[in-house]
Design a protein around this ligand. Structure first.
Ligand code: GLU
Length: 448
């Protein structure tokens, strides 16, 4: 093992020992570190200044109690988090996740990924993530409001448009951002639009932000196919999930002439061979906030599998848009066996390391989340620009900006992968481009 490899191994070992039990965080760090050997060989100054070691240690971690009262008058207590991972390129930026699985290891993996993703987007934003182990499922509007108000009552002192700008993630959409912003405005006595992104366009939000993560994952897939002389038109696709990312991934795929046959939620999988009826999905999920099994009531000819694995359904292109580690090694193998030629990640770290290896070895078009789903946060940065200039842009103009950003991310990853002797490997490309941007800024700032 070379000196560089030994050093990287030592860093990973240190991360594991100092962040015990945080498996998702270890996984995210390992996946990046594994690709950085050639960068350290070219740039010994990164090693001298311990840039990787510093990047692996969040700049700050805030953990707090979130007490709130449910509709029965019972006191409930949740744990809130906000991890500011890196602010070398701009204010901390990243979403909030409200989900019962949330603990420090999940927030740290997401914050770590966000740092590289945001750098890769080319926008002036640092990396962060936050959230709570609150389960919005089955909660009334007033319970969600009381929870958000309590959460913001602590969070407000740590954020600001020049300091830290949260947004949504799983379980946090325009409704939650509304309650959070309302409480922030009330406590601080400031209409500071740029403190949160993903706001409703009626009060400071950017058009296309809602669609941006899903659309972006499709634009990225389009680019990956373009360099292979192919397109999405006529392709059979599956999109896991049925939340904000999945819905707008499906929308853009349908606009581009692809046939999307399956989606899912934590309760099961819908398989509609004729192509999904997106209006019904939007109504079930965005308006009624119900389970995807309802689709089967409207379309009895579609199949519904309560325990099913969506990845067993044959497709040309797969878009994991649900959550981390949703594609196991077995599912990755099944996708390949069924002739899948590409995977573009709308979710963060949805493929297990063994699954990623299978995709890379097979040479399919594999777009990792840091690159493929960067459209969401990039459009958040466009929202910040509009807030700073008190301007609003049209849907067409904003979507055009998003498309150009995704094409640019793709080109950077593609060229860098080739430069580092890994042609077509977007994992290598994305990690190296993101890492170098952060590393250069950190070097410029001295030892901080
Ligand atoms: N949660 C999203 C992500 O994973 C978006 C974050 C943002 O817009 O700040 O990138």
């Amino acid at each position: 093992m070379s000196n560089v490899e030994q050093r990287l191994e030592k860093i990973l070992d240190h991360v594991k020992r100092h962040n015990q039990g945080e498996h998702e965080f270890h996984q995210a760090v390992k996946e990046v570190i594994e690709t950085l050997g050639p960068v350290l060989r070219k740039h010994p100054e990164y090693a001298e200044q311990k840039i990787i070691e510093r990047i692996c240690e969040p700049e700050r971690q805030i953990i707090f109690r979130v007490p709130w009262m449910d509709d029965n008058g019972e006191v409930q207590i949740n744990r809130g988090f906000r991890v500011g991972f890196n602010s070398a390129l701009g204010p901390y930026k990243g979403g909030l996740r409200f989900h019962p699985s949330v603990y420090l290891g999940i927030i740290k993996f997401l914050g770590f990924e966000q740092t590289f993703k945001n750098a890769l987007s080319g926008m002036p934003i640092g990396g962060a993530k936050g959230g709570a182990d609150f389960d919005p499922k089955g909660k009334s509007d007033s319970e969600v409001m009381r929870f958000c108000q309590s959460y913001m009552t602590e969070l407000y002192r740590h954020i600001g448009e020049m300091t830290d700008v949260p947004a949504g993630d799983i379980g946090v959409g325009a409704r939650e951002i509304g309650y959070l912003f309302g409480q922030y405005k009330r406590i601080t006595n400031r209409y500071e639009s740029g403190v949160l992104t993903g706001k409703s366009p009626q009060w400071g939000g950017a058009l296309v932000r809602r669609e941006a993560t899903g659309y972006g994952a499709i634009f990225f897939a389009q680019e990956m196919l373009r360099v292979r002389g192919e397109s999405l038109e006529g392709k059979t696709c599956i999109v896991s999930g049925s939340g904000n990312v999945a819905i707008y991934a499906i929308e853009k795929l349908q606009q581009l002439g692809a046939r999307v046959v399956a989606c899912s939620d934590s309760g099961g999988v819908i398989y509609d061979k004729r192509g999904l009826d997106l209006d019904s999905i939007k109504r079930i999920k965005e308006v009624e906030r119900k389970r995807i099994s309802e689709y089967h009531q409207i379309h009895p000819e579609a199949e519904y599998y309560a325990e099913g694995v969506i990845w067993n359904i044959p497709c040309d292109f797969a878009f994991p848009c649900a959550t981390q580690n949703e594609i196991s090694e077995a599912s990755a193998r099944k996708l390949l066996e069924n002739g899948c030629i590409g995977v573009s990640e709308g979710a963060n770290m949805p493929v297990t390391p063994k699954g990623v290896k299978l995709f890379l070895d097979a040479g399919i078009a594999y777009g990792p989340g840091k690159a493929a789903n960067a459209g969401g946060v990039a459009t958040s940065a466009l929202e910040m620009q509009q807030n700073a200039s008190r301007d609003t842009w049209s849907f067409e103009y904003t979507e055009d900006r998003l498309q150009k950003i995704m094409a640019n991310i793709h080109a950077n990853c593609f060229e860098t992968a080739a430069e580092y002797d890994s042609p077509g490997n977007y994992v290598v490309g994305a990690n190296i481009v993101g890492f170098k941007r952060v590393a250069e800024a950190m070097l410029a700032f001295g030892l901080i």
